[in-house]
Every structure is written in structure tokens, then in C-alpha cells.
Design a protein around this ligand. Structure first.
Ligand SMILES: Nc1ncnc2c1ncn2[C@@H]1O[C@H](COP(=O)(O)OP(=O)(O)O)[C@@H](O)[C@H]1O
Ligand SMILES: [Mg+2]
Length: 295
């Protein structure tokens, strides 16, 4: 390939990125219905469900998050965006102590849920993760039947088995999967398509009646049709739950979230209403990122 061809290719790629970014900005400006208030004003008028206070995170001696203070509002969708490796997944996993399982992992600062520090010694992490559920990048259903995938969590938490049918139906209805699977609940979950498996994982998270649901790039392995279904679902879920979503896809952040936090190199660069982040960011770095110039 000649250098001119390579230049053209790079130009096309960056045009493509910039086009995508322009669409994201348009979507955010037209769709987001979050109230028109910012900063301190915003914090006073909304119910805080969670909050991180000066949260830093190390893996061994490498610091990957630096003093992140972020509000997470009840019944709203908060998106976390930023370049690969900036600490989005680490931050998300700190919100339900999932990183406790990594021996070299260490934090300082606080993560509050309804005003209580979830890292307090008295906190039972099994109960905590019942309140704060998580859906991962790749659908990871258990190798068991569709219905048992959903009954498993309630079973572990001591729910009586005669309640399982009701929980299975309501969880599958909430995750918009019921009509597609109601006649095959005994089939293995692995027989479902990728998009259906991801909705099953959402149903599984819902089955234990969480208060907060964390999504880590939930659509990155799905086609556009399956992605649209999950996005619709997330928008509905916020009526009942508080949602935090990490996404690579800025158009997705613009479509589904009310608030957006932009991270870079382990720092929170900017947090605001999604509409403001995409239409009038305060920091130059945010503007460069959302307009597709880096990351
Ligand atoms: N289990 C781990 N052990 C050591 N380093 C890790 C681990 N997980 C992530 N990291 C490092 O932490 C930084 C942030 O990673 P991550 O939170 O996965 O970022 P993102 O989700 O934004 O791509 C990266 O430098 C990554 O290599
Ligand atoms: Mg990640």
C-alpha cells in the first residue's frame, strides 16, 4: 500500500470516528431528558443513591484510579466513558467490591451506598452484591436451564422454592425475554442467542431484587439489533433501579444515560448531565475525546 493510500485510510478512519462522534452529540442533545441543573445545584436536588469520595485504586504499587469523587443518582443512568485502560472497569467493580477477589488490589477513599461505606468491616459482601448487581461484557449464563439460571440467586439467598415460578416470570418479563422463552424454560441457557443470553444475565441480576445494576460494556459482543434491545431495556430499568454503565460507544452513552462521567488515565476529568457533556463540555480534553480526536 502506498503512503498516500495509508494517509487516505487514516483520514477515512478519523472522519468515520468524527462522524460517529457528531451523531453522539446530536443524540445526546435531542434525547436526554435529565433536569437542567448542574454541579452543586444538581447534588442538592437529586437523591444520591451512591457516591464515591476520593476513591483511589492500586494494583500492587500501580495506581490506576486517583481520587475519584462521583455522585450516582437514584433512578438515573450514569455512563462512564473514557479511553481503554483508563480505569472504567476497575471503578465499576469497586462499586460492589468485586475487586476484593483480586489479591493485589487495594483502595483508599470511600464508596457510599445510601450514605453507608460499603468498605466498612461490618459489611457482608454477599448481601452487598445482592443490592448491587452486575452484568458483564460477555454474556455468562450458567450451564444450566434458563429457569435455573434465574432461580439460582434467590435459592442462594434462602427464598422458598414455591416462589421461584413467580420470580422467574417477573424477572424474564422485566428483561424483555419472557415471550421468547416462556415455552422452553427447561432448555439449557447456552441454546440462546448472544443477545438473549445477555438479557438472561440481566434477568438473573434482577431476580434477587437489587437496587443498583452495574453494566460493563454490556453490548460489546452483540449485533446492532440485540444492542438496541438492551439499550431499550436499560432505559426502562431506571424507573425501578439505579444504573451505572461503562461503555466504549459514545452514541450509546448519549442514547441511554442521564449523566456522564469522562475518565482519563485514572482521573475523573468531567462529570455532568449527558446533554451538557456532549454539547458544551467544560474541559478541552472532554471535547477532544467526545469529538473522536483521541482514545
Ligand atoms: N487484575 C488486574 N491486575 C493488574 N492490573 C490490572 C488488573 N485489572 C486492570 N488492571 C490495569 O488497570 C488499569 C485500568 O484497567 P481497567 O479498569 O480494565 O480499564 P478500562 O476498563 O477503562 O479499559 C489498566 O492499566 C489495566 O492494565
Ligand atoms: Mg473495561
Amino acid at each position: 500500500m502506498s503512503n498516500a493510500d495509508k494517509d487516505e485510510l487514516t483520514d477515512n478512519q478519523s472522519n468515520n470516528e468524527q462522524e460517529k462522534a457528531a451523531i453522539a452529540i446530536k443524540i445526546a442533545t435531542e434525547l436526554t431528558d435529565a433536569p437542567d441543573i448542574v454541579s452543586d445545584e444538581l447534588i442538592r436536588t437529586h437523591e444520591l443513591k451512591m457516591e464515591t469520595v476520593e476513591l483511589s485504586h492500586w494494583y500492587a504499587d500501580k495506581r490506576v484510579l486517583s481520587g475519584i469523587s462521583l455522585p450516582i443518582f437514584e433512578n438515573r443512568v450514569t455512563a462512564i466513558i473514557g479511553p481503554s485502560g483508563c480505569g472504567k472497569s476497575t471503578f465499576l467493580r469497586d462499586l460492589n467490591r468485586m475487586n476484593d477477589l483480586i489479591s493485589i488490589s487495594r483502595i483508599s477513599g470511600q464508596v457510599l451506598l445510601d450514605g453507608q461505606d460499603i468498605y466498612d468491616k461490618s459489611v457482608d459482601t454477599v448481601k452487598l452484591r445482592k443490592r448491587i448487581g452486575m452484568v458483564f461484557q460477555k454474556p455468562n449464563p450458567f450451564a444450566m436451564s434458563i429457569e435455573n439460571n434465574i432461580a439460582y440467586g434467590p435459592y442462594v439467598h434462602g427464598v422458598k422454592s414455591d416462589e421461584f415460578p413467580t420470580i422467574i416470570e417477573s424477572s424474564l418479563r422485566k428483561s424483555a425475554l419472557w415471550d421468547e422463552v416462556k415455552n422452553r424454560l427447561g432448555d439449557t441457557a447456552l441454546s440462546l442467542s448472544g443477545g438473549q443470553q445477555q438479557r438472561l444475565c440481566i434477568a438473573r441480576a434482577l431476580s434477587v431484587e437489587p437496587e443498583v445494576i452495574l453494566f460493563d460494556e454490556p453490548c460489546s459482543s452483540l449485533d446492532p439489533h440485540a444492542t438496541a434491545k438492551i439499550e431499550d431495556l436499560i432505559t426502562k430499568l431506571k424507573e425501578e433501579y439505579t444504573v451505572v454503565i461503562v461503555t466504549h460507544n459514545m452514541q450509546q452513552a448519549a442514547r441511554v444515560s442521564d449523566y456522564t462521567a469522562f475518565f482519563n488515565l485514572g482521573e475523573l476529568i468531567e462529570f455532568n448531565r449527558t446533554k451538557t457533556i456532549f454539547s458544551a463540555p467544560e474541559r478541552k480534553m472532554t471535547e477532544e475525546y467526545i469529538s473522536g480526536r483521541f482514545g
